[in-house]
Design a protein around this ligand. Structure first.
Ligand SMILES: Cc1cc2nc3c(=O)[nH]c(=O)nc-3n(C[C@H](O)[C@H](O)[C@H](O)COP(=O)(O)OP(=O)(O)OC[C@H]3O[C@@H](n4cnc5c(N)ncnc54)[C@H](O)[C@@H]3O)c2cc1C
Length: 447
């Protein structure tokens, strides 16, 4: 019990520090770049990073509270995206101090956006089978190959690249990890449109692309461990409930065009009202629904399906899955406070998230019935549908239903998470026919 009280006091102290810092530093008239520079250099943009890497060394659950506090204060959130989520913690773990001082600095201050150049047309689950090559030429690496499913590659300044640097070593041992500049002739990014109507991910073609040797992260040919660090951060981040909490998600980096804009234009102004008029407004406007669970409950009450036994049970199940995720995050926090860890928890978090999105999809469609067939593929189509149906919450249901296929795949599919749990946590025998000890160059390849 004593420990719980001590941890609580520490969290509260951190949040009190943040509050005082925001009161002194938040200014809506700063540009986005100026604000992110202040936030990032003070350690509030990525507080779970170590103090030597522009962070404050706090637990991920505290970082989520910090993001919520920034939003509640009415200040612009930290630069979001794969740079902050994946590249920064990976470079903090494996990079040199010089790489941290340049690459991580530009991430936490939002100057540069990153993408993840891991998957290839022939290497997804079997990522170590990748064939993109990097060959050293003096002080530079020359890279050739193709990547796919590169999320947000179209707005990335830099990429986390894994490439084969020793084809004669066994497949996990001849891979290196680099930071690559996406602004060069040798990098071509082509968008892929998804069934949601958006084009979040891309194919990336690398043709004699160049990477300075100074941007090799970790040791040469030891990139598999570095890539696993990135994947670990990805799975843990996906399961932790996110961290941007509320205010608009502003895309960082030089391509999105947000850096020179006024920071205050991205946050909703705080209402300045006396108590009586606020209460009157509250009574006369329809209640806002925050969070997908609340949206579904509202929709079910509106159309009467909340009396359906199966729908009621599934609403409760969705709530319980969310609570289990929250409690597991608390268990990890408590274990870490005692210097321990819970093996396999990132994989369990990821599997749990897949179950949640699948239930959100099926339950949402069950509640709205035939309206689930009406999806607006862009803002204009959604506006028309909202007008015709009189229901502004339908797009959240159809978008969730279409996007629900993605989380069970990205960051390693559900089947791969189960393989990892089986082999590494339960100690079950590995799959038969492993080629892990043979030189990559001698392995049979497709076409
Ligand atoms: C929305 C989204 C965003 C993504 N963003 C990125 C990104 O930014 N950067 C990036 O590099 N990649 C990204 N990916 C790619 C993602 O990591 C891969 O799609 C994923 O690892 C699966 O690889 P694959 O598509 O090649 O499928 P495959 O590996 O071909 O798998 C096909 C099926 O076979 C199953 N399978 C394969 N091997 C096994 C096995 N050993 N045991 C049991 N079942 C198995 C899989 O589970 C799956 O069901 C993204 C994917 C999605 C959907």
């Amino acid at each position: 019990m004593t420990q719980v009280h001590e941890m609580q006091a520490t969290d509260d102290e951190v949040l009190a520090d943040l509050h005082a810092w925001l009161a002194e530093n938040w200014d809506p008239d700063l540009t986005v770049a100026e604000w992110w520079e202040r936030l990032g250099l003070a350690g509030w943009a990525a507080p779970s990073l170590p103090t030597t890497a522009y962070g404050r060394g706090v637990a991920r659950s505290v970082a989520v509270k910090i993001a919520q506090e920034i939003a509640a204060f009415g200040a612009l959130a930290a630069p979001n995206g794969l740079g902050l989520l994946l590249a920064a913690p990976t470079i903090a773990d494996h990079g040199t101090q010089e790489q941290i001082d340049t690459l991580v600095r530009d991430i936490v201050t939002g100057q540069q956006a990153w993408c993840q150049l891991f998957s290839e047309p022939g290497a997804g689950s079997d990522l170590a089978g990748l064939t993109t090559r990097a060959e050293l030429d003096g002080e530079e690496w020359i890279v050739n190959g193709q990547k796919v499913w590169t999320s947000l590659g179209q707005s990335a300044d830099m990429g986390m690249l894994i490439a084969r640097t020793d084809p004669d070593a066994p497949k996990h041992q001849g891979i290196s990890y680099f930071g690559i500049d996406m602004h060069q002739d040798g990098v071509e990014v082509r968008p892929l449109t998804e069934m949601t109507g958006h084009a979040m991910f891309n194919e990336s073609f690398l043709t004699d692309a160049r990477v300075p040797d100074a941007w090799l992260i970790g040791e040469r040919n030891k990139g598999w461990a570095v890539a696993n660090s990135t994947l670990g951060h990805e799975r843990a981040g996906l399961g932790s409930g996110g961290g941007s909490a509320g205010n608009a998600m502003v895309v960082p980096g030089t391509i999105a065009g947000n850096l020179g804009r006024r920071a205050g234009d991205f946050v909703a102004p705080k209402p300045k009202k006396d108590a009586t008029s606020a209460a009157k407004d509250e009574a006369s406007t329809p209640k806002r629904r925050s969070g997908f669970g609340e949206i579904l409950i509202g929709l079910a009450k509106d159309n009467g399906s909340s009396t359906d036994a199966v729908i009621r049970q599934d609403l409760v199940k969705l709530y319980i899955l969310g609570e289990l995720g929250r409690m597991n995050a608390e268990r990890v926090k408590a274990a870490r406070a005692n210097g321990a860890d819970i093996p396999g928890m990132p994989n369990i978090s990821k599997l749990s998230m897949s179950n949640i999105v699948r239930l959100q999809r099926d339950l949402g469609l069950a509640i709205v019935g035939p309206y689930g067939m009406l999806h607006g593929y862009d803002e204009a189509a959604n506006a028309v549908l909202n007008e015709v149906t009189g229901n502004p919450f339908l797009p959240a249901v159809t978008m969730t239903a279409l996007y629900a296929q993605a989380p069970p795949i990205y960051g390693g599919t559900d089947q791969i998470q189960r393989n990892i749990l089986g082999e590494r946590v339960l100690g079950l025998p590995k799959e038969p026919g492993s080629t892990n000890d043979q030189p990559f160059s001698s392995l049979p390849k497709n076409g």
